[in-house]
Ligand binder design. Structure first.
Ligand code: ZN
Length: 323
C-alpha cells in the first residue's frame, strides 16, 4: 500500500452524535470503514465528535499500514471537512476537546515513529467524491443511541485542564477506558529523548512492532475489540488477550518464552522493563545498553508469537456497523 486516504466525518440526528471513517485505496475503492456512536448532543459537541473521527482515522491508518507492511515509506492522508477540528489539532492549547487533540497528536507521533507519513487535510463537505459520499452515508447511521468509543465527555471538563503534559492527558483517556495507563506503566519518562533513540535505532518493521507493544494500537483482541475491529477480547487460551498476557502469562507461548526469560534476566519481572520503560522518573539514569538488548529480545519474542499480525481476512471491506 503506497498511499492511504481516510475520510472522517461527524453528524447528528435526533440529539445523537456519530462519527464515521472510510479508507480508500489507490483505485478509490473503499477498503475499510467504521462507524462510531458518540453520545448525546447535550454532552458532546460536534467539534469534539469531529476530533474523535480524526483519532479513529489515525487508528485505521495503523491497521491498514500494518496489513500492507513493507519497508517502503507509507503515506496516509486524513481528510476532514471540519476546519475547526483541523485547526484544533494545530493549536492544541485552550481548545475544546483538548485531551482528544492530545490523543491525536500522540497517535500521530507513534505513526511517524512507525514510518508512516501522515497528512491531515481539509476537504469541502458534501463534494462529489466516493470517500466523502461513503463517509456521509455511514455517519448518518452512526448517530444512534449508545457509545462505541472509550473517550469520556469533555465539555464540562475543560476547566479541569491538566498541566499541559501531552502524555498525561493521553493516559487519562486510556485509564478511563480500562486500558488503564498502559503506556504510563511502561515508561514514566515518556515522551523523552530516550524513546526517540529507542525507536530510531530500529528498522521500520521492528519500530512498528514496538509501537504496537507500547501503545494500544495493536492486533491483540482486547484492543481490537475496543476499536471495533474484533468482536471479543479473548486469547486462544481463553484469557483476556493483552500485551502483558502475551508477554508474561499466555500458556500457549511457554516454549518461546523460555528463550526470552534467559535473554532478559531480571527485566522479565516487569512489563515496563521489558518494553524499554523506566520507572525511575525523569531524573533516573537508565542503563540504555541493557535496555536496548532487552527490547530486542522482546521484539524477537513478539515476532515469534505471531500475535501482532493482522488476523482479519485480507482484502475484505468491513462495511457496516462493525458487529
Ligand atoms: Zn493466552
Amino acid at each position: 500500500m503506497s498511499d492511504i486516504v481516510v475520510y472522517s466525518d461527524a453528524s447528528g440526528r435526533e440529539s445523537r452524535l456519530g462519527a464515521a471513517v472510510v479508507a480508500l485505496d489507490d483505485n478509490r475503492q473503499v477498503v475499510e470503514s467504521k462507524q462510531f456512536q458518540v453520545g448525546a448532543m447535550d454532552r458532546w459537541s460536534v467539534h469534539v465528535v469531529e476530533l474523535i473521527g480524526i483519532f479513529y482515522a489515525i487508528s485505521m491508518v495503523f491497521m491498514l499500514a500494518h496489513q500492507g507492511l513493507t519497508n517502503r515509506q507509507k503515506q496516509a492522508t486524513i481528510l476532514c471537512d471540519s476546519r475547526s477540528a483541523l485547526h484544533a489539532t494545530q493549536n492544541p492549547r485552550n481548545k475544546s476537546g483538548q485531551r482528544i487533540v492530545h490523543a491525536i497528536l500522540q497517535a500521530a507521533t507513534e505513526a511517524q515513529a512507525a514510518g508512516i507519513v501522515l497528512r491531515l487535510q481539509w476537504v469541502p463537505g458534501h463534494c462529489d467524491n466516493p470517500g466523502n459520499d461513503a463517509a456521509d452515508r455511514l455517519v448518518k447511521d452512526a448517530a444512534y443511541p449508545g457509545k462505541t468509543h472509550p473517550f469520556r465527555p469533555l465539555l464540562s471538563r475543560e476547566s479541569a485542564r491538566l498541566r499541559g503534559n501531552i502524555l498525561d492527558q493521553w493516559e487519562q483517556e486510556w485509564r478511563s477506558s480500562n486500558k488503564g495507563g498502559h503506556l504510563r506503566k511502561i515508561d514514566s519518562t515518556l515522551p523523552a529523548n530516550y524513546t526517540r533513540r529507542l525507536y530510531g535505532s530500529l528498522p521500520r518493521n521492528r519500530a512498528y512492532l514496538l509501537t504496537q507493544l507500547r501503545t494500544s494500537h495493536n492486533w491483540l483482541s482486547t484492543y481490537a475489540k475496543t476499536f471495533g475491529f474484533r468482536d471479543n477480547d479473548k486469547c486462544v487460551c481463553g484469557a483476556q488477550e493483552t500485551v502483558s498476557h502475551v508477554l508474561v502469562d499466555c500458556p500457549e507461548l511457554r516454549g518461546i518464552r523460555r528463550k526470552l526469560r534467559s535473554e532478559v534476566g531480571d527485566a522479565f519481572g516487569s512489563v515496563s522493563s521489558l518494553l524499554g520503560g523506566s520507572t525511575d522518573g525523569k531524573k533516573g539514569k537508565p542503563d540504555t545498553v541493557a535496555r536496548a538488548r532487552t527490547v530486542q529480545a522482546v521484539l524477537d519474542f513478539a515476532e515469534a508469537s505471531q500475535r501482532f499480525w493482522s488476523r482479519a481476512p485480507r482484502g475484505q471491506p468491513n462495511i457496516g456497523n462493525g458487529n
